[in-house]
Design a protein around this ligand. Sequence first.
Ligand SMILES: [Zn+2]
Length: 94
Amino acid sequence: MIYRLAMNHVRLLLAATLLGVVVTILFERQFGRSEIPFIATAILLLVMNLRISRFTCPRCDSNLFLRGGWAWPWPNRICSECGLDLSQEPDTPV
Ligand SMILES: [Zn+2]
């Protein structure tokens, strides 16, 4: 289901963020500077987040992360446009 895929995406982003924070702290301790891992993490998160546009409602094509014109860090379980229960939808390729 599209909702589960979107939640997996959120978990992956969270894991990458945590990893980035840990690597940045270790880098800072080891070398006394942290710009490189910090920038690398920011770019990685940006690139990973390009996938977010693929998580759309199978009925009306509304993005799962959009609510009232704003992007949110968590996906809608119920489509904000047409009210479709996205957690009950069959698997669709993303
Ligand atoms: Zn919809």
